[in-house]
Design a protein around this ligand. Sequence first.
Ligand code: NAD
Length: 296
Amino acid sequence: MTATIIDGKEFAARVRVKVGDHVTRLKNDHGITPGLAVVLVGEDPASQVYVRSKGKMTVEVGMKSVEHKLDINTAEADLLALIGQLNNDPEIHGILVQLPLPKHLNEDLVINSISPAKDVDGFHISNVGLLGTGQKSMVPCTPLGCLMMLRDHHGSLSGMNAVVIGRSNIVGKPMAQLLLGDSCTVTIAHSRTKDLADVVRRADIVVAAVGRPEMVPGDWIKPGATVIDVGINRIERDGKKKLVGDADYESCAAVAGAITPVPGGVGPMTIACLLANTVTACCRAHGFDEPEGLTA
Ligand code: NAD
């Protein structure tokens, strides 16, 4: 079997068009422009790249983009004061604090100071609780993107066996909650899981979110299963720098029914879902109907 390639780049472009259409409607019908504020503390090069592309895509879909770049030594009180201002700014509907933060800042405290309604990363403890209890919440962008691709490929996920490898708060745990919400039978595997190969072989859906290059080989995959590869790993092979996922692409694609490539799979969906969450937050703030198909 040769797997269908789930093209995240193309899917993300479709999501952005949908978001853009909604933004146009909000502007034309109500005179409202959704606004996203991104806060970056310090000069981490990878974070700078992410923030730049988030800003660019926010503007491309017609939303207002505000960037706050703070010095690496910014005091916690000053960062909290800025978040307070953004929480109260009616032109800002989504707030994202780029992680990781410098060591002297308490990440939990900072994230939990964002208004839950504007927490477009879905990391605020209230949103985590709402998602965990199956209530309407802001859903973390990467798992939301994975869910959208799975729903698009399969239609209903009900009754499928899903294995999520990785239990981080950002990807693994919310991914498992979303799959449970779609009536999958969910197993969360992690660094202490015994006989991971055996666990993965039972899965109709495998979501790999570990951060270990090509750790899932094709002979762990049940024939016809869907592999969603969240991992982004920079390696050097044959003297060339390369991005690879957590799944060994060639061997997994030979067995799986469908697979997301790295790059070009989950990655592009993450920013598209950030834009989707911002438009959703804007609609909720004004009591309008939420855009269809842009949230869980
Ligand atoms: P993390 O380091 O917070 O969590 C990794 C998880 O993997 C942990 O829960 C750990 O228990 C598990 N793990 C470690 N070794 C394992 C092993 N040998 N077997 C089974 N499980 C093991 O990482 P994260 O933030 O969840 O990110 C995971 C990967 O996804 C990274 O490569 C990251 O770069 C990538 N990522 C991609 C996107 C995207 O937009 N595509 C977004 C977020 C994260």
